[in-house]
Design a protein around this ligand. Sequence first.
Ligand code: PMP
Length: 351
Amino acid sequence: MEKYWNNLRSCLSELKPYVAGKGIGEIAKGYGFAPEKIVKLGSNENPYGPGPRVWEAMAGTRLERYPEMDDLVEALAGYAGASPEDVVVGTGMDGVMDTLTRLFLDPGDRTLIFTPTFSYYEILTRLCGAEPVFSARGSRFEADPDIPDDLKLIFICSPNNPTGNEIPEKDLRAIVETTDAIVFLDEAYAEFGDQSFLGMVGEYENLVVGRTFSKAFGLAGMRLGYAVAPGWIADEHRKAAPPFFGVASPAVAAGMAALDDQEHMRIVVSKIKRERDLLRRAIPESHPSGGNFLYIETKEMSGLVAEKMLDRGVIIRDCASFRGSGEHHIRVTVGTPEEMLTFLQAYREIC
Ligand code: PMP
Protein backbone atom coordinates (compact mmCIF):
# COMPACT_ATOMS: atom_id res chain seq x y z
CA MET A 1 0.00 0.00 0.00
CA GLU A 2 2.82 2.40 0.94
CA LYS A 3 4.08 2.37 -2.63
CA TYR A 4 0.77 3.80 -3.86
CA TRP A 5 -0.09 6.05 -0.93
CA ASN A 6 1.38 9.17 -2.55
CA ASN A 7 -1.10 8.90 -5.38
CA LEU A 8 -3.82 10.08 -3.00
CA ARG A 9 -4.69 13.77 -3.11
CA SER A 10 -3.04 15.62 -0.24
CA CYS A 11 -6.33 17.20 0.90
CA LEU A 12 -7.47 13.77 2.11
CA SER A 13 -5.10 14.02 5.04
CA GLU A 14 -7.23 16.93 6.35
CA LEU A 15 -10.45 15.01 5.95
CA LYS A 16 -12.42 13.29 8.69
CA PRO A 17 -15.23 11.00 7.53
CA TYR A 18 -18.80 12.28 7.86
CA VAL A 19 -20.37 11.04 11.11
CA ALA A 20 -23.90 9.94 10.24
CA GLY A 21 -26.67 9.13 12.69
CA LYS A 22 -26.52 5.51 13.83
CA GLY A 23 -28.39 2.89 11.81
CA ILE A 24 -31.03 0.40 12.96
CA GLY A 25 -28.99 -2.65 11.84
CA GLU A 26 -25.90 -1.53 13.74
CA ILE A 27 -27.81 -0.89 16.98
CA ALA A 28 -29.97 -4.01 16.70
CA LYS A 29 -26.79 -6.12 16.43
CA GLY A 30 -24.73 -4.22 18.99
CA TYR A 31 -27.42 -3.89 21.67
CA GLY A 32 -29.49 -7.02 21.09
CA PHE A 33 -32.79 -5.36 20.14
CA ALA A 34 -35.22 -6.57 17.52
CA PRO A 35 -34.95 -4.00 14.68
CA GLU A 36 -38.66 -3.13 14.92
CA LYS A 37 -38.24 -2.21 18.60
CA ILE A 38 -35.66 0.48 17.83
CA VAL A 39 -36.79 4.10 17.74
CA LYS A 40 -34.60 5.94 15.23
CA LEU A 41 -34.43 9.65 15.97
CA GLY A 42 -30.84 10.39 14.97
CA SER A 43 -30.97 11.25 11.25
CA ASN A 44 -33.85 13.73 10.84
CA GLU A 45 -35.83 11.35 8.68
CA ASN A 46 -39.58 11.50 8.22
CA PRO A 47 -41.12 8.35 9.73
CA TYR A 48 -44.29 8.58 7.62
CA GLY A 49 -42.52 8.18 4.29
CA PRO A 50 -44.17 8.92 0.96
CA GLY A 51 -47.82 8.43 -0.02
CA PRO A 52 -49.19 5.45 -2.00
CA ARG A 53 -48.93 7.28 -5.33
CA VAL A 54 -45.17 7.34 -5.01
CA TRP A 55 -45.04 3.55 -4.64
CA GLU A 56 -47.28 3.10 -7.68
CA ALA A 57 -45.17 5.45 -9.79
CA MET A 58 -41.93 3.69 -8.85
CA ALA A 59 -43.34 0.28 -9.71
CA GLY A 60 -43.98 1.53 -13.24
CA THR A 61 -40.40 2.69 -13.96
CA ARG A 62 -38.49 1.15 -16.85
CA LEU A 63 -35.19 0.11 -15.37
CA GLU A 64 -33.66 -0.92 -18.70
CA ARG A 65 -33.67 2.74 -19.86
CA TYR A 66 -31.61 5.70 -18.69
CA PRO A 67 -33.68 8.20 -16.69
CA GLU A 68 -35.32 11.20 -18.37
CA MET A 69 -35.22 14.32 -16.25
CA ASP A 70 -37.25 16.93 -18.14
CA ASP A 71 -40.67 16.28 -16.59
CA LEU A 72 -39.21 16.20 -13.08
CA VAL A 73 -37.37 19.48 -13.64
CA GLU A 74 -40.58 21.01 -15.01
CA ALA A 75 -42.55 19.81 -11.96
CA LEU A 76 -39.86 21.11 -9.60
CA ALA A 77 -39.90 24.48 -11.30
CA GLY A 78 -43.65 24.64 -10.67
CA TYR A 79 -43.20 23.67 -7.00
CA ALA A 80 -40.35 26.11 -6.46
CA GLY A 81 -41.87 28.97 -8.46
CA ALA A 82 -38.80 29.09 -10.69
CA SER A 83 -38.12 28.61 -14.37
CA PRO A 84 -36.93 25.11 -15.39
CA GLU A 85 -33.57 26.47 -16.65
CA ASP A 86 -32.80 27.60 -13.10
CA VAL A 87 -33.46 24.20 -11.49
CA VAL A 88 -30.67 21.66 -11.03
CA VAL A 89 -31.04 18.16 -9.58
CA GLY A 90 -28.74 15.63 -8.01
CA THR A 91 -28.28 12.58 -5.81
CA GLY A 92 -29.76 14.17 -2.74
CA MET A 93 -28.91 17.73 -1.89
CA ASP A 94 -25.53 16.24 -1.00
CA GLY A 95 -25.03 15.49 -4.71
CA VAL A 96 -26.13 18.96 -5.75
CA MET A 97 -23.67 20.52 -3.28
CA ASP A 98 -20.88 18.22 -4.40
CA THR A 99 -21.22 19.49 -7.97
CA LEU A 100 -21.58 23.08 -6.77
CA THR A 101 -18.33 23.02 -4.79
CA ARG A 102 -16.52 21.56 -7.79
CA LEU A 103 -17.72 24.55 -9.84
CA PHE A 104 -16.25 27.16 -7.55
CA LEU A 105 -13.47 25.77 -5.37
CA ASP A 106 -9.83 25.47 -6.38
CA PRO A 107 -7.11 24.40 -3.93
CA GLY A 108 -6.40 27.24 -1.51
CA ASP A 109 -9.80 28.94 -1.93
CA ARG A 110 -11.81 29.76 1.19
CA THR A 111 -15.40 29.02 2.22
CA LEU A 112 -17.34 30.39 5.20
CA ILE A 113 -19.20 28.04 7.52
CA PHE A 114 -21.28 29.18 10.52
CA THR A 115 -20.78 26.64 13.31
CA PRO A 116 -22.34 24.48 14.55
CA THR A 117 -23.95 23.31 11.33
CA PHE A 118 -24.23 20.42 8.88
CA SER A 119 -20.71 18.98 8.68
CA TYR A 120 -20.79 18.03 5.01
CA TYR A 121 -19.98 21.64 4.02
CA GLU A 122 -16.55 21.24 5.63
CA ILE A 123 -15.96 17.87 3.99
CA LEU A 124 -16.83 19.21 0.52
CA THR A 125 -14.60 22.24 1.03
CA ARG A 126 -11.63 20.12 2.07
CA LEU A 127 -12.22 17.62 -0.74
CA CYS A 128 -11.62 20.46 -3.19
CA GLY A 129 -8.37 21.33 -1.40
CA ALA A 130 -10.02 24.53 -0.20
CA GLU A 131 -9.99 25.91 3.32
CA PRO A 132 -13.06 26.38 5.53
CA VAL A 133 -13.21 29.55 7.62
CA PHE A 134 -15.39 28.95 10.68
CA SER A 135 -17.60 31.63 12.18
CA ALA A 136 -19.08 30.77 15.58
CA ARG A 137 -22.81 31.45 15.88
CA GLY A 138 -24.03 33.88 18.57
CA SER A 139 -26.00 33.17 21.75
CA ARG A 140 -29.22 32.57 19.81
CA PHE A 141 -27.29 30.71 17.10
CA GLU A 142 -27.46 33.69 14.75
CA ALA A 143 -24.83 34.06 12.02
CA ASP A 144 -22.19 36.74 12.62
CA PRO A 145 -22.88 39.48 10.03
CA ASP A 146 -19.18 40.31 9.91
CA ILE A 147 -18.21 38.48 6.72
CA PRO A 148 -14.52 38.07 5.91
CA ASP A 149 -13.11 38.97 2.47
CA ASP A 150 -11.68 36.58 -0.06
CA LEU A 151 -14.31 33.89 0.10
CA LYS A 152 -15.55 31.80 -2.83
CA LEU A 153 -18.55 30.17 -1.15
CA ILE A 154 -20.64 30.87 1.95
CA PHE A 155 -22.80 28.06 3.37
CA ILE A 156 -25.91 29.05 5.29
CA CYS A 157 -28.30 26.45 6.66
CA SER A 158 -31.85 27.58 7.51
CA PRO A 159 -33.49 26.05 9.50
CA ASN A 160 -30.02 25.24 10.76
CA ASN A 161 -29.03 21.66 11.47
CA PRO A 162 -28.57 21.03 14.41
CA THR A 163 -29.69 24.25 16.19
CA GLY A 164 -33.06 24.67 14.42
CA ASN A 165 -33.03 28.47 14.04
CA GLU A 166 -33.91 30.28 10.82
CA ILE A 167 -31.98 33.18 9.33
CA PRO A 168 -33.93 36.47 9.26
CA GLU A 169 -34.45 37.90 5.76
CA LYS A 170 -32.52 41.09 6.48
CA ASP A 171 -29.47 39.10 7.66
CA LEU A 172 -29.52 36.94 4.55
CA ARG A 173 -29.87 39.95 2.26
CA ALA A 174 -27.04 41.75 4.07
CA ILE A 175 -24.72 38.78 3.51
CA VAL A 176 -25.71 38.21 -0.12
CA GLU A 177 -25.40 41.91 -0.95
CA THR A 178 -22.06 42.59 0.75
CA THR A 179 -20.05 39.57 -0.35
CA ASP A 180 -18.37 38.72 -3.65
CA ALA A 181 -18.82 35.02 -2.80
CA ILE A 182 -21.57 32.66 -3.93
CA VAL A 183 -24.05 32.10 -1.09
CA PHE A 184 -25.49 28.60 -0.79
CA LEU A 185 -28.63 28.60 1.35
CA ASP A 186 -29.47 25.07 2.49
CA GLU A 187 -33.24 24.80 2.96
CA ALA A 188 -33.37 21.04 3.53
CA TYR A 189 -35.90 21.58 6.34
CA ALA A 190 -37.77 24.61 4.97
CA GLU A 191 -41.15 22.85 4.66
CA PHE A 192 -41.19 22.47 8.47
CA GLY A 193 -40.31 26.13 9.01
CA ASP A 194 -41.96 29.50 8.66
CA GLN A 195 -40.17 30.91 5.65
CA SER A 196 -38.43 30.14 2.38
CA PHE A 197 -36.12 32.24 0.28
CA LEU A 198 -36.55 30.32 -2.97
CA GLY A 199 -38.24 33.41 -4.38
CA MET A 200 -35.14 35.52 -3.66
CA VAL A 201 -32.93 33.63 -6.11
CA GLY A 202 -34.25 35.70 -9.03
CA GLU A 203 -33.11 38.90 -7.32
CA TYR A 204 -29.43 38.07 -7.05
CA GLU A 205 -26.72 36.55 -9.25
CA ASN A 206 -24.92 34.94 -6.29
CA LEU A 207 -27.64 33.15 -4.31
CA VAL A 208 -28.36 29.42 -4.71
CA VAL A 209 -31.06 27.70 -2.62
CA GLY A 210 -30.81 23.94 -2.05
CA ARG A 211 -33.79 21.68 -1.31
CA THR A 212 -34.40 17.96 -0.84
CA PHE A 213 -37.03 15.23 -1.02
CA SER A 214 -35.41 13.54 2.00
CA LYS A 215 -37.24 15.38 4.77
CA ALA A 216 -40.80 16.71 4.26
CA PHE A 217 -41.45 14.33 1.34
CA GLY A 218 -40.16 11.31 3.30
CA LEU A 219 -37.86 10.08 0.52
CA ALA A 220 -34.43 10.00 2.21
CA GLY A 221 -33.77 6.54 0.78
CA MET A 222 -34.33 7.72 -2.80
CA ARG A 223 -31.49 10.28 -2.67
CA LEU A 224 -33.14 13.09 -4.60
CA GLY A 225 -32.29 16.75 -4.17
CA TYR A 226 -32.35 19.95 -6.18
CA ALA A 227 -31.45 23.60 -6.11
CA VAL A 228 -32.72 26.79 -7.64
CA ALA A 229 -29.83 28.85 -8.94
CA PRO A 230 -29.26 31.92 -11.11
CA GLY A 231 -29.23 30.81 -14.77
CA TRP A 232 -25.48 31.24 -15.20
CA ILE A 233 -24.74 28.94 -12.25
CA ALA A 234 -27.38 26.39 -13.27
CA ASP A 235 -25.78 26.18 -16.75
CA GLU A 236 -22.35 25.49 -15.25
CA HIS A 237 -23.86 23.02 -12.79
CA ARG A 238 -25.35 20.97 -15.63
CA LYS A 239 -21.93 20.91 -17.32
CA ALA A 240 -20.16 19.54 -14.22
CA ALA A 241 -22.86 17.12 -13.00
CA PRO A 242 -22.78 13.41 -13.89
CA PRO A 243 -24.42 12.74 -17.29
CA PHE A 244 -27.73 11.71 -15.74
CA PHE A 245 -27.21 13.86 -12.63
CA GLY A 246 -26.68 10.72 -10.55
CA VAL A 247 -30.44 10.37 -10.26
CA ALA A 248 -31.99 6.91 -10.81
CA SER A 249 -35.28 6.34 -12.64
CA PRO A 250 -37.23 5.27 -9.52
CA ALA A 251 -36.13 8.50 -7.85
CA VAL A 252 -37.33 10.54 -10.83
CA ALA A 253 -40.69 8.75 -10.73
CA ALA A 254 -40.93 9.10 -6.95
CA GLY A 255 -40.13 12.79 -7.07
CA MET A 256 -42.75 13.50 -9.72
CA ALA A 257 -45.43 11.51 -7.90
CA ALA A 258 -44.57 13.24 -4.61
CA LEU A 259 -44.96 16.65 -6.25
CA ASP A 260 -48.25 15.50 -7.73
CA ASP A 261 -49.56 14.62 -4.26
CA GLN A 262 -48.46 17.55 -2.13
CA GLU A 263 -51.49 17.04 0.08
CA HIS A 264 -49.75 13.96 1.56
CA MET A 265 -46.65 15.99 2.33
CA ARG A 266 -48.65 18.80 3.93
CA ILE A 267 -50.58 16.40 6.19
CA VAL A 268 -47.38 14.68 7.32
CA VAL A 269 -45.59 17.98 7.92
CA SER A 270 -48.44 19.27 10.06
CA LYS A 271 -48.40 16.08 12.17
CA ILE A 272 -44.66 16.46 12.71
CA LYS A 273 -44.99 20.14 13.59
CA ARG A 274 -47.68 19.29 16.14
CA GLU A 275 -45.39 16.71 17.77
CA ARG A 276 -42.49 19.15 17.65
CA ASP A 277 -44.49 21.74 19.56
CA LEU A 278 -45.56 19.17 22.18
CA LEU A 279 -42.00 17.94 22.61
CA ARG A 280 -40.66 21.47 22.90
CA ARG A 281 -43.13 22.21 25.70
CA ALA A 282 -42.22 18.95 27.43
CA ILE A 283 -38.48 19.73 27.34
CA PRO A 284 -37.64 23.27 28.48
CA GLU A 285 -33.94 22.60 27.75
CA SER A 286 -34.80 22.48 24.03
CA HIS A 287 -34.44 25.39 21.63
CA PRO A 288 -37.06 26.72 19.21
CA SER A 289 -36.83 24.86 15.90
CA GLY A 290 -38.07 25.36 12.37
CA GLY A 291 -36.96 21.83 11.45
CA ASN A 292 -38.21 18.30 12.18
CA PHE A 293 -35.80 18.06 15.13
CA LEU A 294 -34.99 19.72 18.45
CA TYR A 295 -31.60 20.78 19.79
CA ILE A 296 -31.47 20.01 23.49
CA GLU A 297 -28.97 21.01 26.16
CA THR A 298 -27.85 18.22 28.46
CA LYS A 299 -26.38 18.50 31.95
CA GLU A 300 -24.45 15.29 31.49
CA MET A 301 -22.00 14.82 28.61
CA SER A 302 -24.05 14.37 25.45
CA GLY A 303 -22.13 11.19 24.55
CA LEU A 304 -23.25 9.58 27.80
CA VAL A 305 -26.85 10.64 27.28
CA ALA A 306 -26.81 9.19 23.76
CA GLU A 307 -25.31 5.96 25.07
CA LYS A 308 -27.97 5.61 27.78
CA MET A 309 -30.64 6.21 25.15
CA LEU A 310 -29.17 3.41 23.04
CA ASP A 311 -29.40 1.09 26.05
CA ARG A 312 -33.15 1.76 25.85
CA GLY A 313 -33.32 1.23 22.09
CA VAL A 314 -33.59 4.91 21.22
CA ILE A 315 -31.18 6.41 18.67
CA ILE A 316 -30.62 10.15 19.01
CA ARG A 317 -27.76 12.33 17.80
CA ASP A 318 -24.86 13.20 20.09
CA CYS A 319 -23.94 16.64 18.75
CA ALA A 320 -20.31 16.43 19.92
CA SER A 321 -19.40 15.52 16.33
CA PHE A 322 -20.71 18.90 15.13
CA ARG A 323 -17.81 21.35 15.19
CA GLY A 324 -18.60 24.13 17.67
CA SER A 325 -21.47 22.35 19.39
CA GLY A 326 -19.53 21.36 22.49
CA GLU A 327 -20.27 18.26 24.51
CA HIS A 328 -23.62 19.08 26.06
CA HIS A 329 -26.10 18.99 23.21
CA ILE A 330 -28.20 16.28 21.65
CA ARG A 331 -30.44 16.50 18.59
CA VAL A 332 -33.68 14.57 18.48
CA THR A 333 -35.73 13.99 15.34
CA VAL A 334 -39.46 14.53 15.76
CA GLY A 335 -41.18 11.24 15.01
CA THR A 336 -44.63 9.72 15.43
CA PRO A 337 -46.60 10.25 18.69
CA GLU A 338 -45.66 6.68 19.76
CA GLU A 339 -41.97 7.31 19.09
CA MET A 340 -42.12 10.55 21.04
CA LEU A 341 -43.70 8.76 24.01
CA THR A 342 -40.90 6.19 24.04
CA PHE A 343 -38.29 8.93 23.72
CA LEU A 344 -39.80 11.07 26.48
CA GLN A 345 -40.01 8.13 28.85
CA ALA A 346 -36.32 7.35 28.26
CA TYR A 347 -35.37 11.05 28.47
CA ARG A 348 -37.11 11.42 31.83
CA GLU A 349 -35.28 8.40 33.21
CA ILE A 350 -31.92 9.68 32.00
CA CYS A 351 -31.95 13.49 32.19
N1 PMP B 1 -28.59 19.66 4.31
C1 PMP B 1 -28.86 19.44 5.59
C2 PMP B 1 -28.87 20.59 6.52
C3 PMP B 1 -29.11 18.14 6.05
O1 PMP B 1 -29.34 17.95 7.34
C4 PMP B 1 -29.09 17.08 5.14
C5 PMP B 1 -29.34 15.66 5.53
N2 PMP B 1 -29.10 15.27 6.78
C6 PMP B 1 -28.79 17.36 3.82
C7 PMP B 1 -28.56 18.65 3.43
C8 PMP B 1 -28.67 16.28 2.81
O2 PMP B 1 -29.85 16.06 2.20
P1 PMP B 1 -30.01 14.88 1.13
O3 PMP B 1 -30.60 13.73 1.84
O4 PMP B 1 -30.94 15.50 0.12
O5 PMP B 1 -28.67 14.61 0.55
